[in-house]
Design a protein around this ligand. Structure first.
Ligand code: FES
Length: 104
């Protein structure tokens, strides 16, 4: 388990990036105070994804692919896009002090 953030440092509806196994990763804190984490590399052409709280989806702005929050699956492909795999999830937990950990 690796410490990645303090819950207080992420506002509800927000997200942060962190490093996990030498890759950029995304930690999302939803408006309902749930946490989700994924490797931040888009499975299309490898650009960095982000959280869009307004549409409640994970977004890659490069070709506007959208991914589902709950499991990282593909919600919408951009036209002509060839991707079959969704995002790679990272398991996270929070301890009593509000410290967020990622499982190795
Ligand atoms: S690189 Fe992400 S949609 Fe194309």
């Amino acid at each position: 388990m690796k410490e990645i953030a303090k819950l207080d440092d992420i506002k509800k509806g927000g997200f942060i990036y962190f490093d996990h196994h030498d890759e950029k990763a995304l930690l999302i804190r939803t408006a309902k105070d749930e946490l989700y984490a994924y490797f931040a590399t888009c499975p299309h052409e490898g650009k960095t994804i982000m959280w869009d709280n307004l549409i409640n989806r994970i977004l890659c702005e490069c070709h506007m692919a959208l991914f589902n929050l709950e499991d990282g699956s593909i919600y919408r492909k951009a036209k002509g896009m060839v991707i079959e795999k969704g995002l790679r999830p990272i398991e996270v937990t929070v301890d009593k002090t509000g410290t967020v950990f990622a499982r190795d």
